[in-house]
Design a protein around this ligand. Structure first.
Ligand code: 5GP
Length: 183
């Protein structure tokens, strides 16, 4: 257990079992199609790496990086694209892969943005979901774990760029961000 963390929320084993389940479901649903997985940097990277290795249909992947305009405008759902896809998505089946859906504002923006580019379909896969924090209704098709409103780190999720490399998901101790802001 990391000293900055309060407790383990999800163990490595629980995560890996869930990733395999999600990948099996995705492989069944896209059985006769090719998938373009769009990972949202940086939090989804470790989840995406494990997920795509368990997906059995032909799969490409690409990444986007986004940031909100800051605390006040975050509630408006305005996000800035820091890195866009390297390819067009016209005619493709898109699976957005997120680490966690919280208010849903980032995802809602991304789905609307990608829809304008002419894909055949867009679905969303998230490892974690905090439904109690949702501000906008956004469809999540593949959902690993619903969690309570804790600030979690590990398995790709950070606080100030730290803890992404922890193999499990932990609740960060409030002492760590006492006096500072959550990432
Ligand atoms: P939303 O637009 O849904 O509010 O924002 C989702 C993003 O907020 C996630 O991709 C993630 O970067 C960040 N986030 C939300 N909750 C947590 C959390 O508990 N831990 C970490 N590390 N990031 C979170």
């Amino acid at each position: 257990m990391h000293p900055d963390c309060e407790r383990i929320l999800l163990t490595e084993e629980e995560i890996h079992l869930k990733v395999k389940e999600l990948a099996a479901q995705i492989s069944r649903d896209y059985s006769d199609r090719e998938l373009l997985v769009v990972g949202i940097l940086k939090g989804s990277v470790i989840f995406l790496a494990d997920l795509v290795r368990n997906i059995t249909v032909p799969t490409r992947f690409d990444f986007m990086a986004v940031s909100s305009y800051g605390a006040s405008s975050k509630s408006s759902g305005v996000v800035r694209i820091l890195k866009d896809l390297n390819q067009g998505i016209e005619g493709r089946h898109i699976l957005i892969v997120e680490d966690i859906v919280d208010t849903g504002l980032t995802l809602s923006y991304l789905v609307d943005n990608l829809k304008t580019r002419g894909p055949v379909s867009i679905k969303v896969c998230t490892l974690l979901d905090k439904p109690s924090r949702r501000m906008v209704d956004v469809a999540v098709h593949y959902n690993g774990f619903q969690i309570e409103d804790h600030f979690v780190v590990g398995y790709g999720l950070d606080y100030n760029e730290r803890y992404r490399n922890l193999p499990c998901i932990m609740v960060l101790s409030p002492n760590v961000y006492k006096g500072g802001k959550k990432a």
